[in-house]
Design a protein around this ligand. Structure first.
Ligand code: ZN
Length: 236
């Protein structure tokens, strides 16, 4: 493989959720099938179903997937995504102004490891589904943080890596519309969003509500919901 071809290869951070799955299809469209790999982080998330979803989505897209274990966040504790004793709360903490699903430093660490893996592969592009438009209140999803991290990685690895954030300024409805354009809707039937880790999704938690709102605004039926309502439907 030539150096020029390698420069147009991309590593997608794939969590098994709606946004990262849409990003996978965005990368396949932009860089081409065979030019894209996925990386998934096993960070001790309570809901292991996410990992199963990510593996299935990567396999169906024909994308090689690497799973990297990072168990430090579970040891640090203090958030509702890795600690079973903490329930997901709607809204934000009065002191920190952040939701209690915030895992401090998570995206920064993920993207640093993704960049390290991209470096090993000779890939120059990392793709992540972070968004600040209707973002869940996570400061490390904002463009300023991502741009600063990209600059740090370029300096720290002496390597021209680019972090792509195709959803950064999109609303959830826009992301749903983009998924349709990219042909990603069937794959969204296999994604996991619910903070309560159940299938079919609970429909009540903040993540389920945000997802439902996005599909409703876009006027598109959520293929995940469709899958459970009509098991023999096209998306199953
Ligand atoms: Zn839910």
């Amino acid at each position: 493989m030539t150096e020029e071809t390698k420069m147009s290869q991309a590593l997608v951070v794939l969590s098994g959720g709606q946004d990262s799955t849409t990003c996978l299809y965005w990368a396949l469209d932009r860089f081409g099938a065979g030019q894209v790999e996925a990386v998934t982080f096993d960070y001790g998330q309570r809901h292991r179903i996410e990992l199963d979803c990510a593996a299935r989505i990567a396999a169906q897209a024909g994308t090689p997937q690497t799973v990297l274990p990072i168990d430090t966040f579970a040891v640090l504790g203090g958030n509702a995504l890795t600690e079973s004793g903490i329930a997901v709360q709607a809204g934000v903490d009065a002191q920190t102004r952040l939701p209690n699903t915030f895992v401090p430093g998570r995206n920064l660490i993920f993207l640093t490891f993704a960049a390290a893996l991209a470096y090993q592969r000779g890939f120059r592009n990392v793709v992540t589904g972070v968004t600040q438009t209707d973002y869940s209140g996570y400061p490390d999803c904002r463009q300023a943080a991502i741009q600063a991290l990209e600059q740090t990685l370029r300096l720290g690895m002496e390597y021209a890596i680019t972090i792509h954030t195709p959803l950064m300024f999109k609303s959830k409805a826009d992301t749903v519309r983009l998924a349709r354009v990219l042909g990603a809707l069937p794959a969204l039937a296999d994604t996991h969003t619910c903070y309560n880790g159940v299938q079919p999704p609970c429909g009540e938690c903040p993540a389920c509500r945000l997802r439902a709102q996005g599909f409703a605004e876009a006027g598109i039926i959520d293929p995940l919901i469709e899958r459970f309502q009509h098991p023999a439907a096209p998306y199953s």
